[in-house]
Design a binder for this molecule. Structure first.
Ligand code: MN
Length: 261
């Protein structure tokens, strides 16, 4: 449908010679034009292991400083300050195979290897004991950060959005459904750059476990199917350059390779 729309737009731009062809546009496309004043945005979705159907993404919540050693390396004290949330736009999520174009507006691109939790249902004030019932599956992702912009935001007590919520800032691997692969509660999480291990921890080191994270988030938002949560990064964060090749893996959830281009 989209291809046809783009074709008819090109034909429109090309001029009146295209009118006859444009008249052949499908009724579906015409209905769409009637309903919306511009083309609606694409559905953003994630690959699902063992299925040719995809998981549509609604919102992207992210946990900050959810591993003790990473909180300390960030100059924070996890015994005083609990983890916290921020968000990325849904179209920050891209297939890891696309790689990461070095983003505009920064000279300090930082990797954070993370586990991604995808929800199949939601609600408010979810009991931690019921929280895992809402999980569709788990995967591996990177929370890219424009570190120089983050440091400036921190210095000026400004929001983090511009440092975290940029285009293609969350390359992700496929989701492993609970139905076929169970829950990811413990297991090694690691990240390498050009073959050298930089992050190496275990999911069990998370300060807020997955059920706790879902429960706490649901006190602030009405969670819903399609929401995903990036669950924070362990210690060992660092910067990358164009041409670097990253691998991120979580025991039981596979590995992804992301190239910075
Ligand atoms: Mn992060």
């Amino acid at each position: 449908m989209k291809d046809r729309d783009q074709t008819s737009r090109r034909q429109f731009i090309a001029g009146s010679a295209a009118v006859a062809t444009a008249a052949l546009a499908s009724t579906e496309a015409s209905a769409q034009t009637d309903e919306f004043v511009i083309d609606p945005p694409d559905v953003i979705s994630m690959e699902v292991v063992g299925s040719d159907r995809r998981f549509p993404v609604r919102r992207v919540f992210c946990l900050g400083r959810n591993y003790r050693a990473h909180a300390f390396e960030s100059g924070d004290n996890p015994d005083v300050n609990p983890p916290f949330f921020f968000i990325k736009p849904r179209d920050a999520v891209v297939d890891y195979r696309e790689g990461t174009p070095y983003p505009q507006g920064t000279k300090a691109l930082r990797y954070e290897g993370e586990m991604v939790v995808a929800l199949k249902s939601g609600g408010t004030d979810i009991d931690p004991a019921d929280a895992l019932d809402h999980v569709f599956g788990y995967g591996v992702g990177i929370d890219w950060t424009r570190q120089d912009l983050q440091q400036e935001a921190q210095r000026l007590s400004r929001p983090w959005a511009i440092s975290k919520s940029f285009d293609k800032s969350a390359p992700c691997g496929p989701l492993y459904p609970v139905e076929t692969h169970g829950h990811a509660v413990t297991g090694r999480i690691w990240l390498s750059v050009n073959g050298q291990i930089r992050q190496d921890s275990d999911l069990s080191a998370q300060i807020w476990s997955v059920p706790e994270g879902i429960a706490i988030l649901s006190r602030h938002y009405e969670l819903a199917a399609g929401d995903i949560i990036m669950t924070g990064t362990p210690e060992g964060i660092g910067l990358v350059e164009k041409g670097d090749v990253l691998e991120v893996g979580i025991e039981g959830l596979g590995e992804i390779e992301v190239v910075v281009t």
